[in-house]
Design a protein around this ligand. Sequence first.
Ligand code: URA
Length: 437
Amino acid sequence: MSLFANEAPHGPPAARVAVPRAYANLVPKIVCHSAPDRFALLYRLLWRIQHGERQLLDNFADFDVARAIRYAKAVDKDVYRMQAYVRFAERTIDGTQVFTAWHEPQHRVLRLAAPFFVDRFSNMEWLIATPLGTAAWRGRVLSFGPPAARPAETGDAVLDELWTAYFRATFNPARLRVKAMVAQMPKRHWATMPETASISDMIKAAGSRVAKMGERAPESPPRFAERLAERMAAAPAQAPEPFSLDALREEMHSCKRCPLHGPATQAVPGEGAVGAEIMFVGEQPGDQEDLAGRPFMGPAGRVFNRALAEAGIERHKTYVTNAVKHFKFEPRGKRRVHMKPSGGEVTKCRFWLDREITIVKPKLVVALGATAVLGLTGRSVPVTKVRGRVTAAENLFILVTVHPSYLLRLPDKERVEAEYERFVADLRQAKAWCDAA
Ligand code: URA
């Protein structure tokens, strides 16, 4: 029992305040932002919500809401960067093997990012030090400590060498895109990433390496591979997330996460550029897409292209992908008849869709039909219920509309025309929202 159990609490009892879920989801992120006005912003939003603006957070045109979302996104990005760019160096302290890392985040994201390292490295003792605080995992307990000073030396030579070897081994000079590389891996983090020391050499040598690759016969694996394999078996796996669409596409081609890869010709990755403002998500590739390896090429693709043009959207400036990356079909004679993917298949494939979104970072995602909604949100929602307005789900802005093949299935011409017009109107709205955002 506490010594002070009989004492009355000081001050008035705290009032309970009910807030919309969207607000509750934003708070833990915004408080981590480094902007000095973050608490004032949260308080202002709360005050407005409590004084009659219950739907305030649905109004993305509102200045406070837009700012709050921008802060939350910046924090998400910083969490992702910490998870992708922390490099541990091995040390022995008091006879115990520990892994330490130095990282300089832009925002106070250590507490948000730390659970990821607990999941991945739960059997190790590790410490992540930052100028804003430290996180330590001592096998069972995660604890947070005060800020640390930047160490003079950040790497242990052995691990540095292994990271550099890994980075060199995965660097493909034929796919060199310097701008995209720097955008994904900001120079701020290079000091603690040993592999980056090789970047300028590799860029300089890229041209001649591409030529040599063409001439060279297959060779046996390099000697470091054996040591790397040993080391990886002993230490926790720290496979970095693919940070480019090229790397993602390459990985997708060997996807065996569900049985659909068996009968399909190939995985059909999304198409478009990093930074595209609008991302369209369809259901799955059809017969022609499966053969061509590109999304929305067949009959549904032609309707889609026509509607895009009418809405004033240039397809090559968008990113077009599907919730499921392999074609699911039933053979009937010579034909391969489309089959709807199951909930389980859509869920397995969210792995790829999530990564595409992380890399492309669209302002708005347009879900074409119910399977796309399921892939994006994990929820089965009738399209008619949510169609045509921008909603926020997990820090993603989504506009739901019908799938173009729905228009191809309608029985009478009048309905086709009316529904087509509604589809174009939804696309126009997507464009207008992005232009204003
Ligand atoms: N339907 C889709 O959902 N996606 C395609 O790529 C083609 C048809």
